[in-house]
Design a protein around this ligand. Sequence first.
Ligand SMILES: CNc1ncnc2c1ncn2[C@@H]1O[C@H](COP(=O)(O)O)[C@@H](O)[C@H]1O
Length: 372
Amino acid sequence: MPGSNTAVLDYTALPKIELHAHLSGSISRQCLHEVWLTKKAAGETNLQDPLVEMPPEKHDYDLKTKTAKLRTNQTPTSFFPLFSSYIYNLVNDAAALRHTTLAVLRDFAADGVVYLELRTTPRAMPAAGLTEAGYVQTILDAIAEYESGSQSEGGVVGEAAGEVGLRTKLILSVDRRHSPAQAARVLALARQFLGRGVVGIDLCGDPATPVNPALSPVFEEARRVPGLGMTLHFAEAECSASDAELDMLLGWRPDRIGHVICVSERVRQEILKRPGIGLELCLSCNVHAGMVCGGFEGHHFGDWWKIQETVVALSTDDVGVFESPLSNEYALVAQHFGLSRAQICALVIRGVDIIFGGEEEKRRLRDILWKE
Ligand SMILES: CNc1ncnc2c1ncn2[C@@H]1O[C@H](COP(=O)(O)O)[C@@H](O)[C@H]1O
């Protein structure tokens, strides 16, 4: 076990699992810039350079549903339009999708992530001749290419390089804005690609949009698909934390819930009645986007991480936007909540219980993760 007897934990060397990462939000500014340069040279884009659009060090992307004041004097920029109005217009063909997916995998591996569940909203790119199924297939192909170590772009990391490799699975996201028909198409894709790299279904999107109860039948059906995991963005903001909405989401019987910020005592008790439920907690995203009060030390990670009934998975959410890799999220909880080395290792290992990747993958992870 590398470094196991050192007093200070090397958070990058620590093998980690990442369960809540949005593909489009995980692309680094530098990688987006590379895509932009290629498209600019080919006369294929009029967009502004990503390094200007998303200045390095700017992390105060505002959900516009904030429950807390941002802790910076900079002018916040709206978070969700960054995807629909910018990143989606840049990553708009199979080549860019492959390039950015490979870069995201390399970045997670370089940060010591050994198991990744990447999530993404299937998106047709008609101008580039890509259907929603083609979008999913392109990402799965990039994952397979990465894992086989055959990628031609530099920086191969993985088992081919003789190291503990990164394994990646895919979760398909339904957006809150989706119609029932769109959501049903996402479920159909999840079924189509289940066993071929897809392991779960997610509900994400701007929490300002109420969840349409007409989506319920789709998620209830998803629950009945053997082997398909379910994770839901949950109580991200006051406006998405009504009793009606949270009861509906819990009624879909998710395996995991993400963010879990604005929960009343009643809802907290409901969560505790589901032993083993996963909580995907994203500190930097929540703090930088002003979704929580009280900074890092006030984050609700402090309320949940010692509770035996639930399993906390520290997660990055959108590392390309907030620029805090998973290694830093572990450093932050050690710093602000005083976790010891043994507690950090136990936190990582416990996360194995809630992966969607199957028993064989759980065995591999229990073998390679640090025990103390
Ligand atoms: C506070 N954090 C968040 N809350 C809710 N949804 C989020 C999110 N961060 C990202 N997304 C969702 O992921 C999409 C981009 O990645 P993909 O194109 O799907 O790979 C965004 O459009 C949004 O729907």
